[in-house]
Design a protein around this ligand. Structure first.
Ligand code: SAM
Ligand code: SF4
Length: 462
């Protein structure tokens, strides 16, 4: 009988993708995926190290797993515990000192070696640790067969790592240098996803728009070239990409937003701060005005584009004036949604030892003020959608019979009663109401069932 594998994923979409690939690696070795830790033979925590809170959650969960293992052992059974992802990479042997009962520690670049690590663990009293940045690419070693169907909206990692070294960020240390997958491998994986039922693909990378992968024509392709090639795949209806760096958003990619109808009019473009002094201390390599100009160009190319961003408040040295500059930038640009965080010092990063660390009370106050403004903007964006007809890609059944949940081109969740439709259908709907995190809609037979013309309309928050 197959052994049961449970993977708990923390953090970003790249971890969600990686968890799927870990399952792909283990299923041919006698594992079947379960959605319950309680009856698993192997539990893997796929972890995030981006902020202190994210990393600490892992240790609390490990404590619970240790208890679970005790109970299982008392019942004459066993449980293997693995830690993967960025906490595994950053802490390595230290993790094994803090949690010596962990069996396997594997970094984000070596999880294709999981079957081998399990063998190693079975033969030894010691935990198996692999946090190498191996020369071989894991993508060349992972099986093509998927352990589970991808769903209507699938992720596909095209690029990994980061060479930007923002002074607050652990990613260059945990994910290594920038590396792009060859276009041909990405196109093949996209075709497999579509054949298995995916209708939307989000291209992933820590710095996805820095993508420079070998093209089948012998040239290096950028992200715009890759998107144009993907758009030719029959059956693929929507393309998105995340996360982008403002510096790498060049004219080709902006032009693609205006020309490729399958490329959705929604972009997550983290700015972090509206103050040039702080952007420079963060080593972001762009100014607030350069960010504004990029947004203007994007809006010229695709008038209905909606924007999302990341913000950090309380970066070392951030004065009240710097914070006001962030608020001013937000007011001016108008975001459909955004993520905002208190600066969290990360061991080994330059900002952690900078002078002028901001106290937690000020960080909390600034975060509350910024989040109130961002919430106003996202509410206004949601509200402005009411009464519009939009194409919605249905992703899964809703809570009630006949109800389905899908997304607008702007990534808004929509609940619609459409008993004749099913996941994977792209239907026209009339938006009837806006709630905090979703929209309600009714289907309209005559509404468009294709993406709107890139040159029409303007995002509600613009
Ligand atoms: N590559 C993206 C970029 O260039 O903006 C960011 C990827 S990072 C995984 C996601 C977000 O986490 C960042 O945009 C930033 O806002 C936040 N973040 C990263 N390090 C942080 C830290 N030390 N404290 C607080 N937030 C942090
Ligand atoms: Fe981290 Fe993004 Fe900066 Fe790279 S570009 S160091 S991933 S915040």
């Amino acid at each position: 009988m197959a052994k049961k594998l449970f993977i708990k994923t923390y953090g970003c979409q790249m971890n969600v993708y990686d968890s799927g690939r870990m399952a792909d690696a283990l299923v041919p070795h006698g594992y079947a995926v379960t959605d319950r830790a309680d009856d698993a033979d192997l539990v893997i925590l796929n972890t995030c190290h981006i902020r202190e809170k994210a990393a600490e959650k892992v240790y609390s969960e490990l404590g619970r797993l240790q208890q679970l293992r005790r109970r299982r052992q008392e019942a004459g059974d066993d449980l293997l515990i693995g830690v993967a992802g960025c906490v595994a990479q950053a802490e390595g042997a230290v993790l094994l000192e803090r949690a010596p009962y962990v069996d396997i520690v594997v970094g984000p670049q070596s999880y294709h070696r999981l079957p081998e690590l399990l063998h190693r663990r079975a033969r030894s009293r010691n935990a198996a640790l692999d946090i190498d940045f191996p020369l071989e690419s894991k993508f060349d070693r992972l099986p093509e067969e998927m352990a589970a169907a991808p769903g209507v909206a699938a992720f596909l990692t095209v690029q990994e790592g980061c060479d930007k070294f923002c002074t607050f960020c652990v990613v260059p240390y945990t994910r290594g240098v920038e590396a792009s997958r060859p276009a041909i491998a990405i196109l093949a994986e996209a075709r497999r996803l579509v054949a298995a039922g995916a209708r939307e693909i989000t291209l992933l990378g820590q710095n996805v728009n820095a993508y420079r992968g070998a093209g089948p024509d012998g040239r290096n392709w950028d992200l715009a070239r890759l998107i144009r090639a993907l758009a030719e795949i029959d059956g693929l209806q929507r393309i998105r990409y995340t996360t982008s760096h403002p510096r790498d958003l060049g004219p080709e990619l902006i032009a693609a937003h205006g020309e490729v109808a399958k490329l959705m009019p929604f972009l997550h473009l983290p700015v972090q701060s509206g103050s040039d002094r702080i952007l420079s201390a963060m080593n972001r390599r762009h100014s607030a005005d350069e960010y504004r100009r990029t947004i203007e160009r994007l809006r010229r190319a695709r008038p209905d584009i909606a924007l999302s961003s990341d913000f950090i408040v309380g970066f070392p040295g951030e004065s009240d004036g710097d914070f006001r500059a962030t608020l001013a930038l937000v007011e001016e640009i108008g975001f459909a949604q955004a993520f905002s965080f208190k600066y969290s010092p990360r061991p080994g990063t330059p900002a952690a030892s900078m002078r002028g660390q901001v106290n937690d009370r000020i960080k909390t106050e600034r975060l509350a003020e910024l989040q109130a403004l961002l919430a106003q903007q996202s509410d206004a964006f949601q509200q402005a959608t009411v009464g519009r007809t939009l194409p919605v890609l249905l992703e899964r059944p809703g809570r009630y019979p006949g109800q389905l949940v899908g997304r607008t081109p702007h990534l808004q969740a929509v609940h619609v009663a459409a008993p004749d439709a099913g996941p994977g259908d792209l239907i026209g709907v009339l938006i009837t109401a806006s709630h905090a995190h979703s929209l309600a809609a009714e289907p309209i037979a005559s509404a468009p069932v294709v993406a709107p013309d890139p040159q029409q309309g303007r995002a509600a928050c613009a």
